[in-house]
Design a protein around this ligand. Structure first.
Ligand SMILES: [Zn+2]
Ligand SMILES: [Zn+2]
Length: 167
């Protein structure tokens, strides 16, 4: 008998503790229940877990957004860097096509005087900034490897030198 009473008492305390509510909150601030155990911040266990899932989702979304923004930032700075280097190279090479004098930088191309531009560009595929840096270095060192050609003159040169790659 004695053990039975003790057992019942333990069970009673256990249930009391299960339903114990925070001293600050009378009931769950979300669903107004007192039936489910209080977890934290005035929330019952169910509401707390629901809230945590939403928080996690928000956090994950925020991370994805942040990464997206960050990538855009990185790409923009890469674009800016490339544009800057390109402008420097154009300036050093005279800002016009050496064959016909065409001046619009949008259609001016950096030409490898002795060919091999395709392989060189491929080599730097993963690091275009390095590619431009090397060209700049070469020009400053007066290696005479590069010249400016407009797109038309560049294509004509490729045909004349048999540099066209047929796919
Ligand atoms: Zn609740
Ligand atoms: Zn030209």
């Amino acid at each position: 008998m004695g053990i039975d009473i003790l057992g019942r008492l333990t069970l009673f305390y256990y249930i009391c503790n299960m339903k114990k509510w925070s001293t600050k909150h009378k009931e769950c601030v979300k669903c107004n229940t007192k039936e489910i155990r209080h977890k934290a911040k005035g929330l019952c266990l169910k509401c707390y877990e629901k809230n945590r899932d939403i928080d996690l989702q928000k956090k994950r979304l925020h991370q994805i957004e942040y990464r997206k923004k960050h990538i855009e930032k990185v790409r923009k700075s890469q674009r800016d860097y490339k544009a800057k280097r390109k402008k420097e190279i154009h300036t050093l090479l005279g800002c016009e096509c050496i064959k016909c004098g065409f001046k619009d930088s949008r259609a001016l191309q950096i030409d490898h005087i002795n060919g091999g531009g395709y392989t060189e560009r491929k080599q730097y595929n993963k690091s275009p900034s390095k590619y431009y840096k090397n060209i700049l270095k070469s020009i400053i060192n007066k290696e005479n490897k590069y010249q400016l050609l407009c797109a038309n003159c560049n294509w004509i040169k490729r045909y004349e030198n048999n540099e066209i790659k047929r796919k």
